[in-house]
Design a binder for this molecule. Structure first.
Ligand SMILES: Cc1cc2nc3c(=O)[nH]c(=O)nc-3n(C[C@H](O)[C@H](O)[C@H](O)COP(=O)(O)OP(=O)(O)OC[C@H]3O[C@@H](n4cnc5c(N)ncnc54)[C@H](O)[C@@H]3O)c2cc1C
Length: 415
């Protein structure tokens, strides 16, 4: 099987690694002229780590990232609402890592180079369209430096992993607009001393006036950590959704100016950030088809979702394992791609919709509503244990990382 992968991001590289393990030698074409350490933190939860572990990548992530211990929820006054252990601390067979997206990408890229060769990823190849006949697919590229057309590349199938702004998706769904629910995000990283357990994925405050998500993503020898933070604020216009867009402190920092708690000084964290990026909370409406003959969408190209609950990357990794398993079983590639779509489209569409209306931090919004944004005396008087279970565990089930799902699903791609 001569498979062409368009896009060498998280989905494209993971797909290449799984296909390689199944005995194929895919070619990857990436639009970027070089990989730059752009982005901030990403959570790799056990349902994704199960698959990365099967590729032998756990040790690389353990060195670069931080094994998370707990999910913690606080109101906007810094009062503790709820915590629960995560990853292996919660009995999962696989760890939960909080990691810089660039470190995750580097682990994948190094593995691709080691296993498929240094020429496996062709950089500066921007796909502009795909054409197919009964026997093959032809991909048209342009040079990302000059915009000049490059020699077309022919293969048996195309797996389009070209992300949120996928050129291949645009070919099949012209005129699509991003889904924007009116939330903007500002993100950054700040070197700081550890807070709470030193490995707490912590959500503070409701979406209105503003939510703040913090977790450490790197340890330093002097005992400090790189703390990833995300301010999510309801309101504002849809800005360009590009991971490189810089943001400004004065656009959002006032919301958090009084958030100085005994366990975290939020204004200080924002003030000392190494940089600030702005990104809107965007997704796309789920579509009915990803597979078009010999071409399929995968990862963010197939199911772009709000970056909540660590699922953008996780679902791409699960897609990668799934398509490799199906291709390894053999058969007509057109049918195999249709089978991939049949297996993965519905569950990911459910996550896209759930992330819009009932994200993992719905618990904080409930507490905010019941206390009218005021301090509470006893959390037990505000929300019951059953309600907490329902809100937090409910999301985990939809997202495929409740403990029975994550521990039981085997990684079925032949070694
Ligand atoms: C630079 C960057 C930084 C990011 N930072 C974060 C972050 O900090 N936190 C977070 O939660 N998520 C981040 N994301 C998104 C996150 O990686 C994805 O949501 C998720 O991992 C799904 O991965 P994906 O491979 O489907 O998409 P992506 O990771 O977006 O990868 C898509 C890849 O396709 C390439 N590409 C795009 N168009 C073409 C084309 N026409 N031809 C060839 N190649 C093309 C892109 O350059 C990219 O390498 C970032 C994505 C990028 C590209």
């Amino acid at each position: 099987m001569d498979a062409i992968i368009i896009g060498g991001g998280i989905a494209g590289l993971t797909t290449a690694l799984f296909l390689h393990r199944a005995g194929f030698k895919p070619r990857i074409f990436e639009a970027a002229t070089s990989y730059k350490p752009i982005g901030v933190g990403i959570n790799m939860m056990p349902h994704a780590m199960r698959d990365l572990d099967s590729l032998g990548l756990t040790a690389g992530l353990a060195v670069r990232g931080i094994e998370a211990r707990e999910f913690a929820f606080y109101n906007r006054h810094g009062q503790h609402i709820y915590s629960e252990p995560c990853g292996r601390h919660a009995g999962y067979d696989f760890p939960h890592f909080s990691v810089h997206r660039a470190d995750l990408h580097a682990v994948l890229h190094e593995a691709v180079v080691a296993r498929l060769g240094s020429d496996a990823v062709q950089m500066a190849h921007r796909c502009v369209r795909v054409d197919q006949d009964d026997r093959s697919v032809c991909v048209q590229f342009e040079d990302a430096h000059t915009g000049a057309p490059l020699a077309p590349v022919r293969g048996e199938i195309v797996i389009a992993c070209d992300g949120f702004h996928s050129a291949v998706r645009r070919q099949f769904y012209p005129g699509e607009k991003p889904g924007f629910g009116g939330i903007n995000m500002w993100r950054g990283v700040t070197r700081s001393k550890p807070f709470l357990t030193g490995a707490s994925v912590t959500r503070i405050g409701p979406i209105s006036p503003g939510k703040f998500l913090i977790y450490p993503i790197r340890n330093f020898d002097d005992g400090t950590q790189l703390i990833n933070w995300v301010a999510e604020i309801q309101g504002g216009e849809l800005t360009m959704n590009d991971w490189h867009t810089p943001g400004r402190r004065d656009e959002f920092a006032h919301v958090y100016r009084d958030w100085r708690f005994d366990w975290m000084d939020v204004p200080d964290l924002i003030e000392r950030s190494e940089f600030i990026l702005q990104y809107p909370m965007v997704d796309r409406d789920p579509v009915d088809r990803w597979a078009f003959g010999r071409v399929t969408l995968l990862g963010d190209a197939a199911h772009p979702m709000y970056p909540r609950g660590g699922n953008g990357a996780a679902q791409s990794i699960i897609d990668a394992r799934t398509i490799a398993r199906l291709l390894a079983a053999g058969g007509d590639p057109v049918r195999v791609l249709a089978a991939f779509e049949a297996e993965r489209l519905a569950p990911t569409a459910t996550i896209v919709r759930t992330n819009r209306v009932r994200p993992p931090d719905a618990l904080i919004n409930l507490v905010e509503a019941r206390t009218a944004g005021q301090r509470f005396d006893r959390i037990e008087d505000v929300v019951t244990a059953a309600e907490i279970r329902d809100l937090v565990a409910g999301y985990a089930t939809v997202a495929g990382y409740d403990i029975s799902q994550a521990n039981q699903q085997p990684s079925e791609v032949p070694a």
